[in-house]
Design a protein around this ligand. Sequence first.
Ligand SMILES: [Zn+2]
Length: 138
Amino acid sequence: MIISDLQMPNMNGFEFLSVVRQRFPAIPVIVISGEFSGISVPESVLADAFFSKGSYKPADLFEKISELLAELPERSIVSKPKRAAVWAKNDKDLLAVTCSACLRTFPVAQAGMGLNEADCEFCASRVVFEIVSEQAVA
Ligand SMILES: [Zn+2]
């Protein structure tokens, strides 16, 4: 199991998650971040669980760890989602979206409530993502 922040030296945390998911799909991943909020992060896209730094109880984290370890034997393939994960940077008006095709994360300039589309910066796939919270509108 990997428990990781999104901030790390020499590499973007989203890139790290993408590499882990594509190369080692069976490894459960929990992300803890104070910088980004996972607004609508479909489970298992890049991470199996997301915790906002400073706003969860250790008991919740331990429960999630037990849950993921119990599911472990059945996790061999991670299916690609129809909707992309959306991340909001907490201190800036910045949204980032995880491509459903290549699992890499890129910033989006504009988004409104409901369904949005953007072209992936890396593989040019059309990515569909949904904004479910007013606070996230860029
Ligand atoms: Zn892509």
